[in-house]
Design a protein around this ligand. Structure first.
Ligand SMILES: *[C@@H]1O[C@H](CO)[C@@H](O)[C@H](O)[C@H]1NC(C)=O
Ligand SMILES: *[C@@H]1O[C@H](CO)[C@@H](O)[C@H](O)[C@H]1NC(C)=O
Ligand SMILES: *[C@@H]1O[C@H](CO)[C@@H](O)[C@H](O)[C@H]1NC(C)=O
Ligand SMILES: *[C@@H]1O[C@H](CO)[C@@H](O)[C@H](O)[C@H]1NC(C)=O
Ligand SMILES: *[C@@H]1O[C@H](CO)[C@@H](O)[C@H](O)[C@H]1NC(C)=O
Ligand SMILES: *[C@@H]1O[C@H](CO)[C@@H](O)[C@H](O)[C@H]1NC(C)=O
Ligand SMILES: *[C@@H]1O[C@H](CO)[C@@H](O)[C@H](O)[C@H]1NC(C)=O
Ligand SMILES: *[C@@H]1O[C@H](CO)[C@@H](O)[C@H](O)[C@H]1NC(C)=O
Length: 384
């Protein structure tokens, strides 16, 4: 139904919109809320957000997301931190890069309808974020643009070993105090689809002193306060790959049902994200069952900026940038200062991670003819 409505519309505007595009790598698209409360910039690679400006308690605009000044690094940076793009065809990890359709646990390598995706994570033990060249490292096409909205289109022609072609539309839009992203995908044959938008937040714009823009002393995310409406999380091995159990957060450092600072139980996180790694990289299952639910809230007392996230997704990954160490954008004091480890938090609205290898969860992530994919998330900004 939706497919029939949306397809002809975009095909009509494609040619006119293409003529308006600026040349690579400077195809930056800026959208701004009419009242100036939210301004976001995007590039075509991965339909990626490269800047997001919102106002702090002093009325000053801050860019609250980590990133590069040079967008070509989205292609070329071997550390591939996945700075704020649309991630697909299958976000997060896939055990051994392998799945079958219909899904089974640990499908044999030579089984029928078994698919292998390049394993680009943890020395080839799993696939992360759709393979080596997932949707975040493909150049999308702008198909519609207005002062407050931009729509990107991408055709994934069975890339990275996934079955079937997938056509994807991602629309970013802003209104007063809000950024919204919607992803709509149509597949020509049965395939798993699981998408996220991988935004790295620091609501202080990496400052440690809200009254002094020149004070860049050692910024960490520990003093941001997080609330997650989630009483369960997916247990994983030290590679972040689900082991099967879905457990209660009660009594663990994963319990954010009552808002607490991200650093509050930091000392309990040693080794939790793998040997020698300290921090969060976990998937929580939201409690709410509304079509669009208020799942996550994040705020900082320093800037006074509060972020409320509403989503149609059932789960959220929170990753405290445990492996950061890249030059900052100029607006964050770069390139001489770096984004230190644990200086940002990625909050990824998504499906149950690796559900395609955990059939006992009974989560259907297989899309295809007659079953289209739809993802939507709203980021609402206010002052505490
Ligand atoms: C992982 O997948 C490969 C094929 O890509 C297969 O040869 C190997 O046996 C699998 N390993 C495990 C532990 O299942
Ligand atoms: C698949 O591999 C297993 C283990 O190597 C073997 O026993 C089985 O016969 C193979 N099946 C097919 C259909 O080739
Ligand atoms: C990427 O896409 C943008 C807009 O969709 C276009 O302007 C640009 O030329 C493309 N760049 C490359 C390297 O294909
Ligand atoms: C999938 O995409 C490829 C490349 O664009 C195209 O050649 C092929 O016809 C498409 N297949 C289907 C079933 O749409
Ligand atoms: C910079 O910010 C830190 C942390 O808020 C503060 O302790 C320090 O005094 C500030 N430095 C200057 C020179 O203002
Ligand atoms: C702001 O911070 C910088 C760097 O720490 C420092 O040199 C400067 O004196 C500070 N300015 C004020 C007005 O505190
Ligand atoms: C900031 O976080 C650290 C580590 O969790 C904590 O020790 C400190 O008390 C916090 N500071 C404030 C002002 O809340
Ligand atoms: C959502 O949860 C409420 C409370 O547990 C329940 O009454 C309701 O039936 C659920 N709705 C759906 C659509 O599952």
């Amino acid at each position: 139904m939706l497919q029939n409505i949306i397809f002809p519309f975009y095909l009509l505007v494609l040619t006119a919109a293409q003529l308006m595009q600026e040349p690579w790598p400077f195809d930056v698209t800026t959208i701004s809320a009419p009242d100036g409360s939210v301004t976001a910039k995007f590039v075509s690679i991965g339909a990626t957000m490269v800047e997001l400006w919102v106002r702090d308690k002093h009325g000053e605009s801050l860019d609250v997301i980590a990133g590069y000044d040079d967008s070509s690094k989205l292609w070329t940076d071997p550390s591939h931190p996945v700075f704020n793009p649309i991630v697909g065809r299958y976000a997060n990890r896939i055990k051994n890069g392998t799945f079958s359709i219909p899904i089974t646990r640990d499908p044999p390598a030579n089984g029928s309808n078994v698919y292998h995706i390049p394993t680009n994570d943890h020395n080839g033990q799993d696939t992360l974020h759709g393979g080596i060249y997932g949707w975040d490292r493909r150049n999308w096409t702008i198909v519609a643009k207005s002062p407050t909205s931009v729509t990107y289109y991408h055709l994934d022609p069975a890339d990275e070993g996934f079955p079937g072609n997938v056509s994807i539309f991602a629309t970013h839009s802003v209104t007063s105090g809000e950024l919204k992203t919607k992803v709509f995908a149509i597949a020509t044959q049965k395939t798993p689809i699981m998408v996220t938008q991988h935004i790295y937040w620091n609501l202080d714009a990496f400052r440690t002193d809200s009254t002094n823009v020149s004070n860049w002393s050692n910024s960490r995310i520990f003093n941001h306060t997080l609330h997650l409406d989630a009483s369960r999380y997916i247990e994983t091995d030290s590679n972040g790959v689900p082991t099967g159990p879905v457990s209660a957060v009660i009594g663990t450092p994963l319990d954010f049902r009552t808002a607490q600072q991200i650093g509050a139980r930091w000392s309990e996180l040693e080794g939790v994200c793998g040997p020698g790694c300290q921090g969060y990289d976990n998937c929580w299952i939201y409690d709410g069952n509304e079509t669009v639910k208020a799942g996550t809230t994040l705020w900082s007392d320093l800037s006074g900026i509060r972020l409320d996230i509403f989503t149609n997704q059932p789960a959220v990954q929170v990753y405290t940038s445990n492996y950061f160490g890249l030059p900052r954008k100029v607006v964050h004091g770069g390139p001489s200062l770096v984004y230190a480890p644990q200086s940002a938090v990625a909050i990824e609205q998504e499906g149950w991670i690796d559900a395609i290898n955990n059939p006992e969860w009974d989560i259907d992530q297989i899309y295809g003819p007659g079953k289209d994919f739809f993802w939507e998330t709203t980021y609402k900004f206010s002052l505490i």
